[in-house]
Design a protein around this ligand. Structure first.
Ligand SMILES: Nc1ncnc2c1ncn2[C@@H]1O[C@H](COP(=O)(O)OP(=O)(O)OP(=O)(O)O)[C@@H](O)[C@H]1O
Ligand SMILES: [Mg+2]
Length: 263
């Protein structure tokens, strides 16, 4: 479990000098073992923020602290430590998975810890990881093209869990999936939260889906967080007009949220 603190973070992407910052002075905290949902329109800076947290996108100002320590990406050792603490899963499993590697190979490659295990222990760990993400272990020897989109996304998720990260960042991981598959992947995420006690940054633009699995929701617009509050508050008494717009665009929200998470 890992606590994330983002303090006054500014990220500028390449482009014209006077273009606005992709992330403009954002501060937030994800206490250990909790999930923060991040919503906002396309281009609002969600992925830039995620990229900055994992050290993939350079930061122009502010700080990212994991368990109170500033992230460092300068040396191989720094990057290894960061990779053990934080993992990111992206929208498109097709580009994230090597088409020539079976699920088993993908998982074994994902974790250097595997190298110390013998064959039987490796097989056991692969089965365990597939089980965690709701995949039948008999799929272990399939290639990505022999799996459905939802199954591929689960393999990518399992790989990110193989290093036992304290913080998982999920950036639109269900956006490319069919609605019914989305719901089932979201349920898997909820199970992972309770089984592993993961801290999570869950990015999406479907507000009900994000609320379903988040303790706190942050609404981002034009690089800034315009509202951040416990999920219940966002749903019942949203304060910012933009949040209300997001809620209004989903009329059946209250009835479509069975078993909403109480925080
Ligand atoms: N690789 C890049 N190079 C230059 N500019 C980028 C890059 N990626 C994103 N941007 C710009 O940064 C800003 C924020 O984009 P970002 O991808 O962080 O938004 P987002 O909220 O994740 O959007 P989406 O919902 O479409 O994924 C946008 O103006 C975008 O054009
Ligand atoms: Mg994005």
């Amino acid at each position: 479990m890992t606590t994330l603190q983002v303090i006054d973070l500014t990220v500028r992407r390449s482009g014209p000098r006077d273009s606005p910052a992709a992330v403009d002075g954002v501060s937030l905290e994800i206490p250990s073992g909790t999930t923060l949902g991040l919503v906002g329109e396309s281009g609002s800076g969600k992925s830039s923020l995620a990229g900055a947290i994992v050290g993939l996108v350079p930061v122009q100002g502010g700080q990212v602290l994991l368990d109170g320590r500033e992230i460092r990406t300068r040396t191989v050792r720094d990057r290894r430590r960061l990779g053990r603490l934080v993992q990111i899963v992206l929208q498109d499993p097709d580009t994230a998975l090597d088409p020539r590697m079976t699920a088993r190979q993908t998982l074994v490659e994902g974790a250097t810890v595997f190298r110390r295990l013998d064959r039987a222990a490796r097989a056991e760990r692969v089965t365990e990881l597939l089980g965690l993400v709701g995949l039948d272990p008999r799929l272990a020897d399939r290639l990505p093209r022999q799996l459905s989109g939802g199954q591929r996304q689960r393999v990518a998720l399992a790989r990110s869990l193989s290093v036992k990260p304290g913080l998982l960042i999920a950036d639109e991981i269900t956006s490319a999936l069919d609605v019914s598959v989305q719901a089932s992947v979201l349920n898997t995420i909820r199970e992972l939260q309770s089984q592993l006690g993961l801290s999570m940054l869950f990015i999406g633009h479907n507000l009900p889906a994000v609320c379903h699995i988040s303790d706190v929701v942050a609404v981002m617009r034009h690089g800034r967080i315009v509202e951040i509050a416990p999920t219940e508050t966002i749903l019942r008494t949203p304060r910012h007009p933009y949040t209300r717009t997001l809620l209004a665009s989903v009329p059946s929200l209250r009835t479509s949220l069975p078993g909403q998470r109480s925080s």
